[in-house]
Design a protein around this ligand. Structure first.
Ligand code: NAP
Length: 249
């Protein structure tokens, strides 16, 4: 039997009830990982775990709001208790609250910074505490092209996603000598529930900016995350991998 790239490893993916997170959990399962699906909607997380189990994977669900420290700590414990180790942790949960500066409320700013920046930091902290004791682990943080080039209407989101890059590099420097790698992925325009509400004319204009001339699929982001989570990237830490079809290079 051919072993998967993550055979027998324990992995957590936040915000994995749908979209890119679910695609990551699916490819992890297909590569032999045992996965905890974390999402603030516990029923949706359970449905996703049931789907992956029906597909032949090993997945359990945990309700987790990534902005709540106790939830994130419990998410990590769920993985260790269920699977005996935490080998991979993916900070994926995210929201958008787009508006121009004239219209964006402080609530919109704080909500986005909370989920992306505080949420990722809480995940990084909780996961690294376990991984440093184990002497190994891979953490992957989902940033965005918006954090590299800045997008109008996203001063909150661009700031948070750029912050994730700094956080990734600082953590990679702190944790490298402990055997823990930390990397980031910056997706571009990807077809998910987060983006499907976009006006068709805006969607098409964005697609025209992509050298590969199309939006990406969640599975194409998931494959990059798999690479960074697996031993294929054993000498890569603190890196930022763009999955954008070449947009904003
Ligand atoms: P999505 O379809 O909206 O999925 C995000 C998931 O995260 C949802 O299940 C959501 O639950 C959950 N979530 C939101 N806030 C949470 C919280 N506080 N705690 C736990 N779970 C929470 O979005 P996506 O497109 O797959 O995005 C996944 C990641 O990729 C995000 O970090 C996003 O910023 C990033 N990204 C996406 C794109 C793109 O084009 N789609 C591009 C660049 C980066 P609810 O449904 O209840 O909100």
């Amino acid at each position: 039997m051919v072993e998967g790239l993550l055979q027998g490893r324990g992995a957590v993916v936040t915000g994995a009830a749908q979209g890119i997170g679910l695609a990551i959990a699916r490819v992890f399962c297909a590569q032999g990982a045992r996965v905890v699906i974390g999402d603030r909607d516990a029923d949706a997380a359970r449905a996703a775990a049931d789907t992956l189990t029906a597909e032949g994977g090993t997945a359990v669900a945990a309700g987790c709001d990534v902005t709540v420290p106790e939830d994130v700590d419990a998410l990590v414990r769920t993985c260790v208790d269920a699977f005996g180790a935490l080998d991979v942790f993916v900070n994926n949960a995210g929201i958008t609250r787009d508006a121009t500066l004239r219209k964006m409320s402080l609530d919109d700013f704080e909500a986005v910074v909370d989920v992306h920046l505080k949420g990722t930091w809480l995940g990084l902290r909780a996961a690294s505490l376990v991984m440093r004791e184990q002497g190994h682990g891979a953490i992957v943080n989902i940033s965005s092209l918006s954090g590299k080039i800045g997008l109008p209407g996203q001063t909150n989101y661009s700031a948070a996603k750029a912050g994730i890059v700094g956080m990734t590099k600082a953590a990679a420097k702190e944790l490298g000598h402990l055997g823990v790698r930390v990397n980031a992925v910056q997706p571009g325009l990807i077809r998910t529930p987060m983006t499907e509400a976009m006006r068709p004319d805006i969607w098409e204009a964005k697609e025209r900016e992509v050298p590969l001339q199309r939006a990406g699929e969640p599975s194409e982001v998931a494959n990059a995350v798999l690479f960074l989570a697996s031993d294929l990237s054993s000498y890569i830490t603190g890196s930022v991998v763009e999955v954008t079809g070449g947009r904003g290079m």
